[in-house]
Write a protein that binds this ligand. Structure first.
Ligand code: ARG
Length: 458
């Protein structure tokens, strides 16, 4: 059953077999492995490296395997060392001796690099789709909350009024960057490594460009030592996943806070909440908490691989087999987090009144009051001081700025006129911020249009 028994007198120790084997992790790449082998055998045929009928048999046998593994007629046997050993064995069982020709001019070192790249090409496209679903949910929520006023924060202290649409669209920007990061990563991923052999290519006249075309790679790798021992693409992908999780986690943190009785800005749907075994009243934001928690796991996977790779001399070393467990763990975790999180966003209910009421507290219009004074020619620094004194006065009296009478305002500056009340209304504070990127309905609609353009382009 082994691909390399000839040189050995004794059997491998049972524990070493378990320790060495990666099939439980890499069997999910059976499709990539078979498709890679089909491209390889087609090339060997085209280059007259192997007899045509053997190649035909092998190609048909590989297609048969793919179909039957896919529909569960053939089970992948976990006793094999890895998926590559299993496929070659199963092929030879099915078509006979010709199966033993498949590995001509190839090593598992370039084979596994190919499989992994194929797998990441598919998965990075699927991941973009998952992010797009979240962007669609954000688009829907933002469109419905163009005029929903809420307090914006810095240092978790109320700062200036914004709109909920503006807030949602801030997250859209993060996830848009995540998509562009995946696209950028894809360019470097898109180099085909097969033909690099174990480390030093081969003496057969391989046509590597042929294999690249068959498998939709736009280029081939240029150095065989690097090709078989490069895992930058896994590390890059794990970094992208870590950044996506970081974005989801930041948002989760806010969702958890917003669900508290103290904030009460939103309510999560029952579908996306859980209860307590002892406290009957509880409705907990477990999804958001788990996303926050799982972020640590994905970071861990990234650090795992960075650490695995940091001391590896050229070229392939078995340490690198550890890549897949970390990669698949991070990929599965991020995908499930994204999908579940999207459902939670789609179904959450916004308590608009509570948000707006909250924006009235905390003197969120103080900057606008200072800007009002600036318009009458007073230098901003002086206006800042006057409004600071007004805020102190209001805190002592337990009122908002807009509760002050004209007479009270005049104690601080004579330039205040009746129009000040309109000027510092929250609606005005928000809608006067027409600068691109701002919270006004004007600016937010531009952001929504841009988001629509991106969603429709996919
Ligand atoms: N299972 C191995 C991996 O994932 C495949 C390559 C093994 N090559 C070798 N020479 N042992 O890295």
């Amino acid at each position: 059953m082994k691909l390399w028994g000839g040189r050995f007198n004794e059997n491998t120790n049972k524990d070493v077999n378990d320790f060495n084997s990666s099939i439980r992790v890499d069997k999910r790449m059976y499709k990539e492995d078979i498709l890679g082998s089909i491209a390889h055998i087609k090339m060997l045929k085209a280059q007259n490296i192997l007899p045509i009928d053997s190649c035909k048999k092998i190609e048909e046998g590989l297609l048969y395997l793919l179909e039957n593994i896919e529909n569960n007629n053939i089970q992948i046997d976990d006793d094999f060392e890895d998926i590559h050993s299993f496929v070659e064995y199963a092929l030879t069982e099915h078509i006979g001796e010709a199966g033993k020709m498949l590995h001509t001019g190839r090593s598992r070192n370039d084979q596994v690099a190919l499989d992994l790249k194929l797998c990441l090409k598919d998965n990075s496209k699927l991941l973009i789709k998952d992010i797009l679903d979240l962007l669609k949910a954000i688009h829907e929520k933002a469109s419905k909350n163009i005029d929903t006023i809420m307090p914006g924060y810095t240092h978790m202290q109320k700062a200036q009024p914004i709109t909920l649409a503006h807030y949602f669209l801030a997250y859209a920007e993060m996830f848009k960057r995540d998509i562009s990061r995946i696209e950028d990563f894809f360019k470097r991923l898109d180099e085909m490594p097969l033909g690099s052999g174990a480390l030093a290519t081969t003496t057969y006249p391989l046509d590597r460009e042929f294999v690249a075309r068959e498998l939709n790679f736009s280029k081939i790798t240029l150095n065989s030592l690097d090709s078989v021992s490069d895992r930058d693409y896994v590390i890059e992908f794990l970094s992208i996943l870590s950044i996506i999780m970081m974005h989801l986690s930041r948002w989760s943190e806010e969702i958890i806070i917003w669900c508290t009785n103290e904030f009460n800005f939103i309510e999560l749907s029952d579908e996306y909440s859980t209860g307590s075994s002892i406290m009957p009243q509880k409705k907990n934001p477990d999804v958001a908490e788990l996303v926050r928690g799982k972020t640590g796991r994905v970071y861990g996977d990234l650090v795992t691989l960075l650490t695995v790779m940091k001391g590896i001399p050229l070229a392939y070393n078995k340490d690198m087999q550890e890549d897949k467990e970390a990669l698949f763990d991070a990929l599965d975790t991020t995908k499930l987090s994204l999908i579940t999180f999207t459902g939670m966003i789609k179904t959450l209910k916004v308590n608009k009144d509570v948000m707006e009421k909250s924006a009235h507290g905390g003197f969120t219009n103080a900057t606008d009051l200072a800007d009002y004074l600036v318009k009458s020619g007073i230098p901003f620094r002086k206006c800042h001081e006057i409004v600071g004194e007004i805020v102190l006065y209001c805190i002592e009296k337990g009122i908002c700025i807009s509760d002050m009478s004209m007479c009270e305002l005049h104690k601080f500056s004579k330039v205040f006129k009746e129009d000040v009340y309109n000027e510092i209304s929250l609606e005005n504070c928000v809608n006067q911020r027409k600068v691109i990127g701002g919270p006004s309905s004007y600016s937010v609609k531009i952001q929504i249009k841009e988001l629509e353009r991106l969603i429709n382009n996919y």
